[in-house]
Design a protein around this ligand. Structure first.
Ligand SMILES: Nc1ncnc2c1ncn2[C@@H]1O[C@H](COP(=O)(O)OP(=O)(O)O)[C@@H](O)[C@H]1O
Ligand SMILES: [Mg+2]
Length: 337
């Protein structure tokens, strides 16, 4: 094990939320890779069954089964510090319900019959809280699972959950409240209590993925307030994704060169039609300065939340496996993992 500290050393369940499209799945996958260093085992769970993880890792659709999909970064080039393993699991409410029936009642075949009869859809439709508790139940079960002989005693050193978007996250995680109308006693109730014990403990952190735009920032701040309102729940980091680098210094942004001077310089450089070129460049500069200012303002709003902030660059070529490893390395450098 490396001796360096990271911001979330005591956390074993990382819940990743964010406004849809801000890169929740991408950041969850990069975080899982980053956590899978030094021979550690990490499980990456996709809650909303869209097979985004399989696509990210260039794999065929994942079955409802924990599968090894990637190897984390080794820290030393001499091979003394091997990378860890990332496993993945795509949860759908149906698979989770069958799993649940099997675990608590030993009824897999009855569950399959229920599925054929359309009972699973029926059950999760009349009781949406049920589907949430099944997903969080699977994530917390994997978090608590013991494995004798492993270095930590646990099957996984960390679990990363690609969770529902910010607007739903409070209700999704607050399982005790969700099932209270569903079951007052019995196995669902005690299952929900076990789930809540993990989620409302220092072992769990809820991270927010955000881009530096007004709507995602507002949703992030609202989501943080929702999580803080639930006693015992821990807000994690804010992951600013798709950050664009400022191309100019603060000074140049504040005082861009004037049109005449630029036109003259372009003329001196022997360029054709320096006047309209200078005008286009100046407009471009103004637009860039405006974007940087807007992003700075949104960043300041996020800072006011008082949580650790990490920043991941916009990768212009798009996200492939190499890009994912690059984002994971960023997260390691910034001590998120
Ligand atoms: N840092 C990044 N740089 C470039 N593209 C990104 C980055 N993060 C995410 N994307 C792209 O943005 C899109 C949405 O990302 P995704 O992770 O699927 O978001 P979400 O899960 O929040 O809906 C995808 O096409 C993804 O490849
Ligand atoms: Mg997603």
């Amino acid at each position: 094990m490396t001796a360096r500290d990271t911001d979330w050393d005591g956390v074993r369940l990382h819940v990743v939320t964010g406004k849809g499209g801000t890169g929740k799945t991408t950041v969850a996958a990069a975080l899982a890779l980053a956590l899978a260093h030094s021979g550690r085992r990490v499980l990456l769970i996709e809650a909303e069954g869209r097979q985004g993880i399989a696509r990210l890792f260039d794999r065929p659709p994942l079955p409802y089964e924990e599968r090894k999909i990637a190897i984390g970064p080794g820290e030393a080039s001499d091979g003394r510090d091997p990378g860890g393993d990332v496993y993945a699991l795509a949860i759908d409410p149906e698979g989770a319900l069958l799993d649940y029936l099997h675990m608590f009642y030993g009824m897999r075949s009855a569950g399959v019959a229920l599925t054929r009869l359309g009972m699973v859809d029926f059950a999760t439709t009349i009781a949406p809280g049920l589907s949430d508790v099944l997903v969080t139940g699977k994530a917390t079960e994997a978090t608590r699972r013991r494995q004798p002989g492993s270095a930590s005693g646990f099957a996984y050193d960390a679990v990363v959950l690609d969770a529902p978007p910010t607007g739903r996250i409070g209700r999704f995680l607050n399982v005790s409240a969700e099932v209270s109308g569903l079951a007052k006693v019995g196995p669902i109730r005690s299952h929900a209590d076990t789930v809540a014990n993990v989620i409302k403990s220092p072992q769990t952190a809820v991270h927010f993925v955000c881009t530096l735009e007004e709507m995602p920032v507002q949703e992030t701040l609202d989501g943080i307030a929702d999580i803080r309102a639930v006693p015992g729940m821990q807000v994690g980091g804010i992951f600013i994704n798709m950050a664009r680098p400022a191309l100019l210094s603060q000074q140049d942004l504040k005082a861009p060169p004037d049109l005449a001077a630029m036109s003259e310089a372009l003329h001196a450089a022997g360029l054709h039609d320096p006047g309209s070129l200078a005008a286009a460049l100046t407009a471009e500069l103004g637009e860039h300065a405006r974007r940087v200012e807007l992003a700075d303002r949104e960043r300041t709003e996020l800072e006011a939340a008082g949580q650790p902030i990490y920043e991941l660059p916009l990768i212009a070529e798009g996200i492939d496996l190499a890009a994912l490893h690059r984002l994971a390395a960023e997260l390691r450098d910034q001590e998120a993992a």
